[in-house]
Design a protein around this ligand. Sequence first.
Ligand code: SF4
Ligand code: SF4
Length: 254
Amino acid sequence: MKPKILISSLTGCSGCISTLLSLDIFPQFLERTKIIYFPFIMDVEEIEECDIALIEGCVSEDSQVNLLKKIRKQTKKVYSIGTCAGFGGILSLSKKRIAEPVSKYIEIDGVIPGCPPPSKLLGNCLIKLIENREIDVDIPKKNLCATCPLRGEAEENFQTKITQINPNPEEIIPVEEDTECFLKRGILCLGPITRDGCEHVCIKEGLPCEGCMGPVSKSFFSNTINFISLIHLSKKIRNYDGIFYRFSKPTFKR
Ligand code: SF4
Ligand code: SF4
């Protein structure tokens, strides 16, 4: 029997759902599953029993909490897709709106991280989910530095004085063989405290990591403090609010 799937969006930009719809394997996903609730593309209001729920977006309204509770009651496995649903996302930096991860309100079975999740990661996870296999092995456990093409000798002669959050515009060029780690160049890169799995899209294009894959582990706060203790931030950078947790503030507070 085909697994029954529910796909719901809370508060977000719909980038995760758009990524899902544009996956090469999406037609295969549709063939092999029965979508029973997906307000983005169909008019169904009732939430029936289902096997897998995929939730995009953060929780920013009371009505969403009720929806989540209904979904949890009717669903065997619930997954957060994207950094908003997984860790609160970029909206959690707002001083005017609440933005919390789905796991604050209901028990979840996993997070497929990213803003949006990388297509390969999302596609692999979806196939495993519909085959009733665990996706945990697909979610990287290391930080981004572990596989970074700029890793080189980053540990040695580590540049600790960080004066910029981005390279100068003329320096934003795709990485070359001799490109140095951003930290060595005095540019803040959150690779040491960010989950691997994005295939270094930004780094390869000449931009440092901003942390959109979310924290590597639940010890986000202590990991960040350890990282900050290794570097010396210029006064200008210290004035930026939320620079270390711009995608994961609710997780940082825990
Ligand atoms: S995780 Fe990123 S892409 Fe997905 S809904 Fe949030 S802001 Fe949009
Ligand atoms: S700090 Fe950034 S550039 Fe340096 S190795 Fe880590 S991810 Fe790569």
